[in-house]
Design a protein around this ligand. Structure first.
Ligand SMILES: NC(=O)c1ccc[n+]([C@@H]2O[C@H](COP(=O)([O-])OP(=O)(O)OC[C@H]3O[C@@H](n4cnc5c(N)ncnc54)[C@H](OP(=O)(O)O)[C@@H]3O)[C@@H](O)[C@H]2O)c1
Length: 245
């Protein structure tokens, strides 16, 4: 592989690494010779990811990122970072007429507040290495193609993309890049939850919009690895749609 596409020697923090896209991205990045710092809430699932990492010297730091003390502990414990993947998220689906303030708070707390506060704390503690550092937020194609019941989910992702674009401007002088990937549905726990919360008809509509079919977590992970690598060093403030066509 060309050297620019490799992550050799890079310290990469992955949030949401105990499941789905975060787990798969951590595994792929370890195959690409990165040193991983993985975090998530559920210890046994996080340990499962840790076991699947290739290479040595990875770190595992469990944290609930909606708890400020645990978030601060994570920031204190990580080494200087060359990349961060923000892959936490929840998918709570409800028609607008049933929304309560608790639904808004829950969705934004983990989907928006946590990545924003984590970024802010990492910057304040100078944990993000200037030059060759890349931040990747996992957004969603649903900003472009919304779905019934997804008002909070789509709003969180739209807010996150807005935040990422401003952050990209603020960090460009330091050589730190900020991008989003916006996947369509891929196979995994989040699709299963959506399947339970909506109708079979909705799922069939989602599948019909993806000419290459449902994605696999590894398809998202590979795109993220490109954004983490020096091969993408001239790319910032973008959002890449990963929609299978
Ligand atoms: N899967 C898809 O089809 C798809 C498509 C488009 C976008 N996305 C986005 O991609 C991201 C990852 O999705 P996924 O499919 O990998 O979801 P997932 O399998 O449900 O994983 C979610 C991750 O977020 C973590 N998390 C949730 N609440 C947390 C909290 N309070 N503190 C710390 N970590 C917390 C979970 O940790 P625990 O396991 O420890 O609870 C888990 O590691 C999400 O932002 C999602 O919106 C997913």
């Amino acid at each position: 592989m060309l050297q620019e596409f490799q992550l050799t020697g890079k310290n990469i923090l992955v949030t949401g690494a105990s499941s789905g896209l975060g787990r798969q991205t951590a595994i792929q990045a370890s195959k690409d010779e990165a040193k991983l710092i993985i975090t998530g809430r559920n210890l046994s699932r996080l340990e499962e990811t840790f076991r699947q990492l290739e290479g040595d010297n990875h770190l595992m730091i469990p944290a609930d990122l909606t708890h400020e003390d645990e978030l601060n502990h994570l920031v204190d414990a990580v080494p200087p970072l060359n990349g961060v993947i923000f892959s936490t998220g929840v998918s709570i689906l409800k028609p607008v007429r049933f929304l309560e303030s608790a639904d808004i708070a829950e969705n934004f707390s983990i989907g928006f507040n946590a990545p924003v506060l984590l970024t802010s704390r990492l910057l304040a503690k100078k944990k993000l290495v200037s030059g060759n550092c890349s931040l990747v937020f996992i957004s969603s194609i649903s900003i472009k193609y919304p779905f019934v019941g997804g008002s909070m989910y789509v709003s969180v992702k739209a807010a996150l993309e807005g935040f990422a674009r401003v952050l990209a401007l603020e960090l460009a002088p330091k050589g730190i890049r900020v991008n989003c990937v916006a996947p369509a549905f891929v196979k995994g726990p989040m699709l299963e939850q959506t399947q339970e919360a909506t109708s079979e008809e909705t799922i069939q509509q989602i599948k019909a919009r993806q000419p290459l079919g449902l994605g696999d977590p590894v398809d998202v992970a590979n795109a993220i690895i490109f954004f983490l690598s020096d091969a993408s060093r001239w790319i910032t403030a973008t959002s890449l749609i990963l929609g299978g066509g």
